[in-house]
Design a binder for this molecule. Structure first.
Ligand code: FES
Length: 356
């Protein structure tokens, strides 16, 4: 039974909400109620009742069909339409079982919908909005509770306690921050330098066996993974040092160079770059000989080595740091110093304290 909140039923065909009296946008109210045939005609009501009952009975027929099909139209048992165990027997079995179930379910739903739309009570209901603001009386009670609480706590009469409480609350965050001071020493300039800078003039050595590389060893369009020759297992913190010093050298036709400054840091088209991606530090180990692009396999940042390893794609924001190289008297490639800027992911003061 549908009613207004106050228990009264709205009159049919009459707007249940009055237009505004303050000149605002008038409430259009509800459209006139359209009565259904079954509400105004006994014959129509009986007809609707018969339709609903018929649909429920059709559902029963579907259920019977399903059960009959399940037992009589099987691929392995009796089959009224095909030979046992033939492909068509299975087809008939699936068809009749599915059809029976579909009819049973469909007509239950259709009957319920038709019943609701034609025979169940058809009344429009309006729920009035009420004021969200509490009544003045309720608000006064709430304010009184707060005032009583403050008086009972005696805050106003005990300034010493209030002052001490403020001090305690202000001091508490210090206790939380204090452990930060024990997180270890600050990195100092370690992020700005690598093993290349510790021993200027080191030869570039092959990463896998530590043998130094001659300029003549580096074929056109080739790539070498290199380490400082002096970085061995005996080196203190050698794993960390290897991680920071990892570099690659590539060789391409000097005529392809797009960045003069970068090309000047190499020898006859041989250039050396950090192997540590400037995004989040994966090793950039994939080299496309045709395009002279280096690719980071982690998030596909791509660096153009003919253009100072500039980022041409991907999430990295700065080029791979380059390390200037030269050739010594015996034809070996050497690095007279460190990378031109810190390797790896950027950090907040990457370009400060560089020379510390
Ligand atoms: S670490 Fe190289 S692209 Fe993310």
């Amino acid at each position: 039974m549908n009613n207004n909140l106050d228990g009264s039923s709205p009159a049919r065909g009459v707007s249940a909400i009055s237009p505004k009296e303050d000149g605002g946008f008038p409430n259009p109210g509800l459209p006139p109620h359209a009565h259904r045939q079954a509400d105004i005609s006994k014959a129509a009501e009986k007809r609707a009742e018969r339709i609903v009952a018929s649909m429920f009975l059709l559902s029963v027929v579907g259920t019977v069909l399903f059960i009959a099909a399940y037992f009589l139209v099987t691929p392995t048992g009796i089959n009224l339409f095909a030979e046992e165990k033939s492909p068509s027997a299975l087809w008939w079995s699936n068809l009749t079982i599915g059809l029976g179930l579909a009819i049973a379910v469909f007509f239950i739903g259709a009957a319920a919908v038709h019943w609701a739309k034609t025979l169940m009570p058809d009344e429009e209901m309006v729920e009035e909005r009420h004021d969200i603001r509490s009544s003045d009386e309720t608000r006064e009670i709430a304010a009184g509770i707060i005032t009583d609480g403050l008086e009972e706590s005696g805050i106003a009469r005990r300034p010493v306690i209030v002052t001490a409480m403020v001090a305690a609350l202000a001091a508490l965050p210090v206790a939380v921050l204090a452990p930060l001071s024990t997180l270890g020493p600050l990195p100092g300039n370690k992020l700005h330098h690598t093993f290349w800078g510790h021993n200027p003039g080191q030869r570039l050595a092959r990463d896998h066996d530590g043998t130094p590389i001659k300029l003549s060893d580096v074929a056109m369009n080739s790539i070498f993974h290199v380490m400082p020759e002096g970085l061995t297992r005996e080196t203190e913190h050698h794993i960390e040092e290897r991680a920071k010093a990892a570099a690659v050298i590539v060789r391409f036709d000097p005529k392809l160079a797009k960045n003069e400054e970068s090309a000047a840091m190499g020898v006859e088209g041989v250039l050396a770059f950090s192997k540590i991606c400037t995004h989040v530090g994966c090793p950039v180990a994939l080299y496309e000989q045709q395009t002279h692009h280096m690719l980071c396999p982690c998030h596909q940042s791509t660096f153009d080595v003919t253009d100072g390893a500039k980022v041409i794609f991907g999430p990295a924001h700065r080029p791979l740091p380059q390390i200037p190289i030269e050739v010594d008297d015996e034809g070996y490639l050497v690095a007279p110093g460190d990378f031109i800027e810190p390797i790896g992911p950027s950090f907040w003061n990457i370009h400060k304290n560089k020379d510390v």
